[in-house]
Design a protein around this ligand. Structure first.
Ligand code: NAD
Length: 509
């Protein structure tokens, strides 16, 4: 390929067809319809899929509801067995599924495999959870009474996912939902449906080994917003976990609110890192480089705003400019590549428009921003020095642009961190305990994730993942996120012969 992009000569279409075959997706499914799926590596079309019709969406929801009525009564540890088998299939298919993530979403090989590892991790977590779902026993004010909480399966769970985590997001939801007793209907991004078909094929393998299970426990709908909306509007779908842009969340949330369904929203981020004078600059440089340029800036947790103390700004910028100048941009299948392509041409146009706006708002382009290569939306990550947190800095542009702001007091830096409408992830780099603790305190970062001496991206599944404000407020994966997938019943049992009323109320006939 031209213009300095080193592209492997291996044919992406042939490679994708072969990997899909190994993963259990038959070749005839790849040329059935009008949804063209392109590889960001070269822009070539990998498949043309048939989209799920409105009528098929209705039938899928009905099948899931029927499955729920059986699955909810299967003991939770037995439900965990199915997720254990899914984890085994994922272990066996890790390299192939990771390779498909690379081919379809453009992630580097290690990031593609890392995404599958995350699926394996959440399966392990969910298997353990299947033996730990428990409620409280609570004090009652009435004699010979017992009050407790029980957690029961909720119902059908809908998952809408974004292109940039084409498989991990499903597993965060599905592994937990399945052990909680809930069937799952998945509407993957229309840009990455092939990985979803492959995951469904792996799930079907696990199901075949599991033995008897209701039909419709896990289903995939292929299509764009309309298929997503079918899930959002279906009365049987009790929880919709929707990952994507804040614009998508604004459409989905009111529909769910109107029918009193649960919404777990994982929307856009605009993540910052504060670099203080006591920061270890070697560690900071590595963390910032990965968080800002990794995944070509297409993570919800990508570092987009660097808030640097004025005393260390010139030293750090000098080193960052060098890193931006030397980072390897290219074919994500090449093991030396650190930055692969953007998902499509529209993403590249969005990046160029943001860079033009940043310069119009007083910014100075310090490095990168230029397109490289002829086919595929490859671009060098951009570093931009900004005079203030202007409108372009305050919004999320889903591309590798790092805006640099400077500060004098930590209070000022924290205020900058919090002065945007998104609230996903944040970091501070410091060796000062007081600064670190202040940042993590109620006076510090207002985000769902606040890290110290780690970049804002790359969360582990053990914690609850999600963010505040326009990021949507949802939490998924670890900690007590499972509670969103279950309904809680408070049970009060009278084992005496009297009928005392609560609060001492009298009603004697
Ligand atoms: P997107 O909003 O364009 O699409 C996301 C999903 O929503 C797709 O499956 C799409 O078909 C569906 N969708 C769109 N409109 C819909 C509607 N009206 N009803 C139902 N479904 C609808 O997002 P994208 O470009 O795929 O992904 C990038 C965005 O996702 C970024 O903003 C990023 O920050 C965000 N994201 C957030 C998280 C998180 O955990 N907070 C994780 C990954 C991505």
């Amino acid at each position: 390929m031209a213009d300095g992009i080193v592209t492997l000569q291996r044919d992406v279409v042939a490679e994708a067809t072969e990997v899909l075959r190994r993963l259990g997706v038959p070749a005839e499914r790849l040329d059935e319809g009008d949804l063209a799926v392109a590889s960001p590596i070269t822009g070539q079309i990998l498949a043309r899929l048939r989209q799920t019709s409105a009528q098929e969406c209705v039938l899928a929801v009905a099948r899931a509801q029927t499955a729920f009525e059986r699955w909810r009564s299967v003991p939770a540890p037995r439900r965990g067995d199915l997720v254990r088998l899914l984890g085994e299939e994922l272990r066996l298919a890790k390299d192939d599924l990771g390779a498909l993530v690379t081919l379809e979403a453009g992630k580097t090989v290690s990031e593609g495999r890392g995404e599958v590892q995350e699926m394996i991790d959440i399966c392990d977590y969910a298997v353990g959870l299947s033996r730990q779902i428990s409620g409280l026993t609570l004090p009652t004010e009435r004699a010979s009474h017992r009050m407790s909480e029980s957690w029961r399966p909720l119902g059908v769970v809908g998952v809408i996912s974004a292109f940039n985590f084409p498989v991990a997001v499903w597993s965060w939801n599905a592994a937990i939902a399945l052990v909680c007793g809930d069937p799952v209907i998945w509407k993957p991004s229309e840009k990455t449906p092939l990985t979803a078909l492959a995951v469904q094929a792996l799930f079907d393998k696990a199901l075949a080994r599991f033995g008897e299970a209701p039909e419709g426990l896990s289903q995939v709908l292929i299509g764009a917003a309309a298929a997503g909306e079918a899930i959002v509007r279906a009365p049987e779908v009790r929880l919709v976990s929707a990952t994507g842009s804040t614009a998508m969340g604004r459409k989905v949330a009111p529909i769910l609110a109107e029918r009193f369904a649960r919404a777990l929203l994982e929307l856009g981020g605009n993540n910052a890192a504060i670099v203080t004078p006591s920061a270890d600059l070697d560690l900071t440089l590595r963390a910032v480089a990965f968080a800002a340029m990794g995944t070509a800036g297409q993570r919800c947790t990508t570092l987009r705003r660097l808030i640097v103390h004025k005393d260390v700004k010139s030293t750090l910028l000098e080193r960052l400019i060098k890193a931006y100048g030397s980072v390897a941009v290219g074919d994500p299948r090449d093991s030396t590549t650190l930055v692969g392509p953007l998902i499509d041409e529209a993403a590249l146009r969005g990046m160029q428009a943001a860079l033009a706006q940043a310069q119009a708002e007083g910014g100075t382009l310090l490095a990168g921003g230029e397109r490289v290569g002829a086919a595929g939306a490859y671009v060098r990550p951009a570093l931009v020095d900004m005079p203030a947190q202007t409108p372009v800095v305050a919004r999320e542009t889903f591309a590798p642009i790092l805006y640099v702001l400077s500060y004098e007091t930590l209070e000022e830096a924290i205020a900058l961190n919090n002065a945007v409408s998104q609230g996903l992830s944040s970091s501070i780099f410091t060796s000062d305990l007081r600064e670190a603790e202040l940042f993590c305190s109620e006076q510090g970062s207002d985000c769902g994730i606040a890290n110290v001496n780690i970049g804002p991206s790359g969360a582990e599944i053990g914690g609850a993942f999600g963010g505040e404000k326009e990021t949507g407020g949802g939490r998924e994966a670890g900690s007590d996120s499972w509670k969103a997938y279950m309904r809680r019943a408070t049970n009060t049992v009278n084992y005496g012969r009297d009928l005392p009323l609560a609060q001492g109320v009298k009603f004697d006939l």
